[in-house]
Design a protein. Structure first.
Length: 443
């Protein structure tokens, strides 16, 4: 395999800090590096060259300011052209990365004394998953998901990377997280492979379920034991809906915080972002953060890992939007205001979730569906008893002008996040009536 000397240098640093990580990388991951080409030369020029003679970067300037179109800038209030129109670093804006890490520790106090990488900015969490897949997935690698999973994971990992997705039943017969099925799946693939890759998406899309504190503790114990027994474990927390919790018993921190520093054979990866946490879906600002047990000084190790990650971003999209990053950073510089505004929105969603449970407690619905447990996030799912989910989805759309998502033949997903509370009862009455219509057609 032809490996660039810069990649070899990064690999040597990483191997010195934790040799197991080299076994976890994909072929691409081992070859990745951050180039010392135009970007490095431009950075040196910014430090040493006269501004009027800096002829390095591929943007246009006028009178030492970023050239722009007034018709564009009139839509951007209060931000400079240099903070909006120019290229951001492939790593992301440094100030934003530090601000996100500080906020991550505030939301996950367990991380206070734990050394992690500095978060690297991705173009939303979807891109973060793709970056992870580039770095750690080879064809035929197995990725473990519950049977209730976001469909785009299949496109990213199975279709694009040719990995195998293995599912286990998400819920136990008792109704909570299926720790027995989870452990069986992990151990099965640990026995057959030198590494296991596990995705932990809570609040879960599509069900809106987050494990309880007790269930989360068991998940961490299972993965730690497997690592202790000699299998490399990559535990990825997809925290897209982090913080949207509606019951006191649900996990208060990301499992990432509890997976950190567990064992040299365990790599914890956190995928999160402003996307849902700050209600800025279209800005596409996500982050990827790493932790593992490291020999010696962790700083060179994480610097090398961050450079590989930024190299993957440089080689695909170059960098995430500078404008989006600047908007998010500006909001984060006022944390008290941001927290107040966010708590108001979360309270609205929590009220909808409580109303939804009240509506679905009506026994008349029992012969048509059962409700999967949900306690967080944007979604909930119905398990249909009498009709096909896709047929019901189409009938709802055609006859009742109601939009839902069919997941499989039995499961229907409802995003209560985008239905006002006063409309929820009418929504579920329409779903009930549509199901009865289809039942009647079968008679």
């Amino acid at each position: 395999m032809n490996i660039n000397p810069l990649a070899q240098e990064l690999n040597a640093i990483i191997k010195s800090g934790n040799s197991h990580l080299m076994e976890m990388f994909s072929k691409t991951g081992r070859r990745l590096f951050f180039p010392k080409g135009i970007l490095t030369q431009s950075a040196e020029a910014r430090q040493k060259a006269y501004d009027k003679f800096n002829a390095t970067i591929g943007i246009a300037t006028e009178s030492l300011h970023t050239m722009h179109l007034p018709s564009v800038m009139k839509s951007i209030q209060g931000l400079r052209t240099s903070d909006t129109l120019t290229y951001a670093p492939s790593f992301g804006i440094l100030g934003l990365r530090q601000a996100w890490k500080d906020a991550m520790i505030k939301k996950n106090p367990t991380l206070k004394d734990i050394k992690t990488s500095l978060p690297i900015v991705t173009n939303g969490i979807t891109h973060g998953i793709s970056v992870f897949a580039d770095m750690f997935l080879d064809p035929d690698d197995v990725v473990i998901f519950p049977d209730k999973m976001w469909g785009n994971n299949n496109l990213i990992m199975s279709v694009r990377k040719d990995a195998q997705i293995s599912n286990y039943p998400f819920f136990s017969d008792a109704g909570g997280f299926n720790i027995t099925g989870f452990e069986a799946a992990v151990r099965k693939h640990a026995h057959n492979n030198y590494k296991v890759i596990v995705f932990l998406n809570y609040p879960n899309n599509p069900t809106g379920y987050t494990p309880t504190d007790a269930e989360g503790k068991k998940i961490v114990e299972v993965l730690t034991r497997v690592a202790e027994e000699g299998t490399n474990v990559i535990a990825v927390t997809d925290d897209a809906y982090f913080g949207l919790r509606y019951e006191d018993s649900t996990l208060k921190e990301s499992l990432f915080a509890h997976l950190c520093d567990r064992h040299p054979r365990m790599l914890a990866v956190k995928l999160d972002g402003a996307t849902k946490e700050m209600f800025v879906w279209g800005l596409r600002v996500g982050f990827i953060t790493f932790n593992t047990v490291i020999n010696g000084d962790p700083n060179p190790f994480y610097d090398a890992l961050e450079r590989k990650t930024a190299g993957d971003i440089r080689g695909s999209i170059s960098n995430a939007s500078h404008l989006s990053q600047s908007i998010v950073l500006r909001a984060m510089l006022h944390p008290d205001e941001l927290d107040r505004e966010r708590e108001k929105n979360v309270a609205i969603l929590k009220s909808r979730a409580n109303k939804l449970k009240e509506i679905l407690a009506n026994p008349k619905y029992d012969d048509v569906w059962e409700m999967y447990p949900f306690n967080s996030g944007y979604f909930m799912c119905l398990k249909l008893k009498t009709v096909d989910a896709e047929a019901l989805r189409v009938h709802l759309l055609d006859q009742y002008r109601v939009g839902t998502i069919s997941i499989n033949p039995t499961d229907l997903r409802i995003a209560f996040s985008c239905v006002d509370e006063e409309n929820l009862e009418e929504l579920f009455e329409a779903i009930y009536m549509a199901a009865k219509d289809l039942e009647a057609q079968k008679e």
